[in-house]
Design a protein around this ligand. Sequence first.
Ligand SMILES: [Zn+2]
Length: 87
Amino acid sequence: MVAEINVLSTWIPEQMSPGTLFVLENAGEVGEPEDPYFAVLACPECGTLGLITKRQIAGLVAVICGSDCCAAQFYIRDSAIEVRRPS
Ligand SMILES: [Zn+2]
């Protein structure tokens, strides 16, 4: 798993390597009003793209990879990825 988030300022699908984040153009306007979708993140483990919410970007809620063959769970800490440890 990569340890740092790489922010893309322009949507270039080929550059969405693991750990790459792209802030949605309509960030905060879709999804739950209290926790809207905010960005697309390529899973730092497997590279599967997934939508993440404002709370996940803020590190309040863990990100769980949506891929069936990947069990990555992690928190976003500013530009770093912190693996979620089982408590
Ligand atoms: Zn994954």
